[in-house]
Write a protein that binds this ligand. Structure first.
Ligand SMILES: Cc1cc2nc3c(=O)[nH]c(=O)nc-3n(C[C@H](O)[C@H](O)[C@H](O)COP(=O)(O)OP(=O)(O)OC[C@H]3O[C@@H](n4cnc5c(N)ncnc54)[C@H](O)[C@@H]3O)c2cc1C
Length: 361
């Protein structure tokens, strides 16, 4: 595919300013480009990593194998009490557009760095509000191995079949090597094609077809419950392989003055509380409502502690900052040290909010 680059350093695409090179690298300017890049990588059997704002990741110093896609898709449509946004839309731009239309409700997202896709994947939030509370639906791209699935004949006309595969129910688009090949089957052909797969005809028996075990790709509209959201987590963050292409959120009528005031005050609070050095925001989840990660770290007496170029911020103990020369290993080593000390001093386990990408020792 044209525009795929090699060995591009990823530190420039993360808020932490750390991370080695991407084996293959692509910036998707819209959803069509994003899908094309995903299919390109799948066809080549490459692992794919998507980055939105890169504001909640620590990327290994060794870099990432496979294709890294930076998502810059940017369309937003508002209709009634909902807003549909491409997954690459920055949260700030999303909220601004919603406010311009006279609606609101998602102002809490305005000052969270990052994109719509990232916010869905990690269930971003603040002030006890979460992306999950407002997400109605999303369009996702996922692949599922169709290992031995039985295909149902949905339509038959003469020797031609149109088949359906159970797992493809809900698919609004099939994506494969050759996206023009559709679910049309003809007994005359030696091989039949489904979603880009060529399947030998002998597997067609009496209207039932066994497909091969190659993965197939599906663009599907899913509802909120698909993501099985938890605090700062979704099924995707927990390992389910899917890319969010767009997301639709609920919005409502709002008092514009109040909305703008909230965003400004939130900005001021953040400027006051957060360090200015590169970071990923709060590093650890709060173990519970009563046990705030920052307070536990502070109580453990390790504010200011430093490993290499990574430091526990003096300003906010739940921020690990890059003082300028940190690499990803410094950050991870410091995180492990914090976990150990907090466990010793308070008996509580801290769990990362940030996602590690790539190999770490
Ligand atoms: C100064 C600062 C303040 C912050 N404040 C907050 C806060 O108040 N609340 C909060 O929740 N977070 C906060 N964060 C963390 C971060 O901004 C959010 O988690 C944000 O939602 C991450 O979005 P992103 O686009 O940058 O995701 P990335 O960091 O690019 O990605 C995060 C994860 O999501 C995956 N991902 C990204 N896009 C997609 C997609 N389209 N489909 C599937 N998976 C995808 C990535 O592969 C990765 O695993 C803060 C960060 C900083 C630096």
């Amino acid at each position: 595919m044209e525009d795929i680059q090699r060995d591009i350093t990823l530190k420039d695409y993360t808020s932490y300013k750390v991370g080695g090179p991407a084996e293959y690298f692509f910036i998707a300017k819209n959803i069509e480009e994003l899908k094309r890049a995903l299919v390109w990588a799948k066809d080549k059997g490459l692992k794919t990593t998507i980055l939105g704002g890169g504001s909640n990741v620590v990327i290994s110093d060794k870099g990432l194998m496979g294709l890294v896609i930076v998502n810059k898709s940017h369309d937003i449509d508002i209709e009634g009490n909902s807003v549909r946004a491409d997954s690459g839309v920055l949260l700030k731009a999303l909220v601004n557009k919603v406010l311009e239309s006279g609606k609101g409700g998602i102002e809490f997202l305005a000052n969270i760095p990052g994109t719509v896709g990232g916010a869905v994947a990690v269930n971003a939030g603040c002030y006890r509000k979460f992306a999950a509370d407002f997400l109605i639906s999303a369009t996702i791209f996922h692949s599922r191995a169709s290992d031995g699935n039985t295909l149902k004949v949905a339509e038959q006309s003469g020797d031609s079949f149109r088949v359906e595969e159970e797992w493809m129910n809900g698919c609004i688009e099939e994506v494969g090597k050759d996206s023009s090949s559709v679910t049309k089957w003809n007994r005359e052909e030696e091989n039949v094609k489904l979603g880009g797969l060529s399947i030998p005809l002998h597997q067609v028996t009496g209207g039932q077809v066994k497909s091969s075990n190659k993965p197939m790709f599906c663009v599907e509209k899913v509802k909120n419950d698909f993501f099985e959201f938890k605090y700062r987590s979704s099924k995707i963050k927990r390992g389910y392989e899917a890319i969010v292409l767009d997301a639709t959120f609920e919005i409502n009528d709002t008092d514009m003055g109040e909305s703008r005031k909230f965003i400004t005050e939130d900005r001021e609070r953040r400027d006051m509380k957060h360090p200015t050095e590169p970071s990923c925001g709060s590093y650890f989840k709060n173990p519970s409502k009563e046990n705030i990660a920052g307070e536990l770290i502070e109580k453990s007496g390790i504010k200011g502690y430093q490993i290499g170029g990574a430091q526990v911020s003096e300003k906010h103990a739940n921020f690990i900052i890059n003082t300028g020369e940190a690499n990803a290993s410094d950050i991870k080593n410091l995180a492990n040290y914090i976990k150990k000390i907090v466990k010793e001093k308070t008996g509580l386990e801290l769990e990362e909010e940030v996602k590690y990408l790539g190999e770490f020792e």
